[in-house]
Design a protein around this ligand. Structure first.
Ligand SMILES: [Zn+2]
Length: 240
């Protein structure tokens, strides 16, 4: 799956033709929205047309096509403007990038530990679960300073598509089946790289450089059974 927002991460609003519409849903020729996935919630935003507008309430794939859903029965027609909520998207890009940094440092410090789950929240916090048997929680908590050092160093991110078989053959590239993105129709998978630090398959939205995130705080570490640790982080400028 290759989304417009992957190739145009800075384009948050665009004009598009309506390909198909029904009350409460519209299919656009082009869309700036991220429909959610890999622990990142779907974008919020609005679609406007002549004589009307509606907030986007969700997304639905039908036969591989992405429908935008509205609350209620609004029906878009003609040419529309599709606009992503910029504040929400920016929080998600920051959090998503920061979860990769956390993931990379856990992967390094705990011998290739894998992610077993991740979820980002609109309030600027996120949780990540790691399979780290017998991990010392203080060592996990101590990763806060190195994470913030990576943010401070303002390291560039890059994005590429590689054949799925190649990605599967390289240890650590696919950190978790649960967060790996679906391949494109031609069998490629999107790889997100933080230069010199981390390279992994991911279909979400990220910053183009780590320095665009505020520092983070590690809020809490919970034990989830013998193997799993749940690490909660929050952007420092929104952490209470
Ligand atoms: Zn990602």
């Amino acid at each position: 799956m290759r989304l417009y927002c992957h190739d145009h991460p800075e384009t948050l609003a665009l004009e598009s033709e309506v390909i198909d519409a029904r009350p409460g849903a519209v299919l656009l020729a082009q869309s700036p929205f991220y429909p959610g996935g890999g622990g990142q919630p779907p974008d919020r935003g609005v679609i406007r047309w002549e004589g009307g507008e509606a907030a986007v309430a969700g997304f639905e794939y039908e036969a591989g096509l992405l429908w935008h859903l509205f609350e209620g029965g609004a029906e878009a027609k003609g040419r529309v403007e599709a606009a992503v909520d910029p504040l929400f998207r920016n929080i998600m890009r920051q959090l998503h990038t920061d979860t990769h940094i956390l993931n990379a440092l856990v992967f390094q410090a705990f011998d290739g530990a894998l992610v077993t789950g991740v979820q980002m929240y609109a309030d600027g916090s996120a949780r990540m679960d790691f399979d780290v048997p017998l991990a010392d929680n203080d060592r996990l908590r101590a990763l806060e300073a190195p994470i913030n050092e990576v943010i401070r160093q303002d390291i560039a991110l890059s994005f590429a598509y590689v054949p799925l078989a190649e990605a599967e053959a390289q240890h650590g590239l696919i950190r978790s089946r649960s967060v790996a993105p679906p391949p494109t129709p031609d069998g490629k998978i999107r790889i997100v790289e933080i230069t010199g630090l981390d390279r992994q398959a991911c279909g979400g939205t990220h910053l183009t450089s780590t320095g665009a995130s505020p520092p983070i705080r590690i809020l809490k570490i919970d034990n989830k059974g013998r193997h799993n640790r749940r690490v909660r982080i929050a952007l420092a400028d929104v952490a209470k």
